[in-house]
Each structure stands twice: as structure tokens, then as C-alpha cells.
Write a protein of this length. Structure first.
Length: 177
């Protein structure tokens, strides 16, 4: 059983992103997981859930903050995403990774800490799209997903894998304002 932690955009924008993703018939990204900004990848989030209380403690000491979604970018040629920026997001990511304390090997393999790139995935070749479809999708982003919102972040969502490549909400963890 795998877990990861994300930040969920407001319902209206989440629906807009899902509708955009679904315009490409081969794109099964929404079947894998709802639109979210990745905060903490799977490394160290084990099925014994010992990490969960540590994440809750970090969140209880965190104040709400703003996050800005921005222009589309690529990881290589295989993943298209909306970039996200916020100094608070980077700080929260670091605090959660340090609290969970995955091995250095896991930190590196999941691109965390110094290699962390906040993002909202729009499509991947491993989720059914071709590289050309991703390029076409990237051209349409500016027309269809702007204006990019500024999100008020006051909780994080823990996702649980219920079957291979299918994640659902496990628990929302509010910040301790």
C-alpha cells in the first residue's frame, strides 16, 4: 500500500483541470488521481502509518499560505505539468520530508528536498499519452487553464493507493492556525 501527500486546488479549478485532461481521450491521469499539487512523494510513507502523526505535528505548526499555479512545463518529454510557486510550500515540503525521514536513496529517487519541483501533473506518457499529444496539450494550456489561480492552502491531503495506479483521498490534515 502506497501513500503520498498533495495540495488540492479549489473545486472549481480542480474541475477545470479534469475537464482539460479529459479532452485527450488516451489521458487516464484523472483515473489515477484527482488534480493536486504534489507535496510529498511516496518515499518513507509506509503502510504502518507511523509517519502520519509526524506529518500531523508539522501541519499543526503550519499557518495557511498562498500558492500560485503558473505556466506549463515538462519533466523531460514524458510529463506535462503546471508549475507551482510558494516559498511556504518549499518550506513545508522540507519539514515534512525531514519529519518522515526517508532514506537518502528514497529522497533522491523521488526527487525531494533540493530536487523538489512543485507541480500539478496534466498528463504523462505512462498515463496513456504520446509525446506529441503532450506537446499539443501544452499548446492548449495557456488558452484553457488561465488565469492561473492563487490557492489559499490551509490543509494537505494524504492519498492512498487502493489498487495499482489508483489513488483516493485517505485523510485531510488541517493546519493549526
Amino acid at each position: 500500500m502506497k501513500y503520498f501527500i498533495g495540495i488540492v486546488p479549489m473545486a472549481e479549478y480542480k474541475s477545470k483541470v479534469s475537464a482539460f485532461r479529459s479532452r485527450w481521450g488516451n489521458n487516464n491521469t484523472d483515473e489515477v488521481v484527482e488534480p493536486h499539487i504534489t507535496l510529498k512523494a511516496q518515499g518513507g510513507l509506509t503502510k504502518d502509518l507511523k509517519w502520519l502523526s509526524k506529518v500531523k505535528k508539522v501541519c499543526s505548526e503550519t499557518n495557511s499560505f498562498h500558492l500560485k499555479l503558473e505556466k506549463p512545463m515538462f519533466f523531460g518529454e514524458d510529463i506535462l505539468y503546471l508549475s507551482a510557486s510558494s516559498n511556504n510550500l518549499l518550506e513545508l515540503h522540507s519539514k515534512i520530508v525531514n519529519a518522515v525521514a526517508p532514506s537518502q536513496e528514497l529522497i533522491e529517487s523521488y526527487f525531494e528536498l533540493d530536487n523538489f519541483v512543485p507541480h500539478m501533473t496534466l498528463g504523462k506518457t505512462s498515463y496513456g499519452l504520446t509525446k506529441q499529444e503532450l506537446k499539443d496539450m501544452a499548446k492548449s494550456v495557456e488558452e484553457e487553464l488561465i488565469p492561473y489561480p492563487i490557492l489559499n492552502v490551509n490543509f494537505v491531503r494524504v492519498y492512498q493507493e487502493i489498487e495499482p495506479n489508483k489513488y483516493i483521498k485517505y485523510e485531510d490534515i488541517p493546519f493549526g492556525e
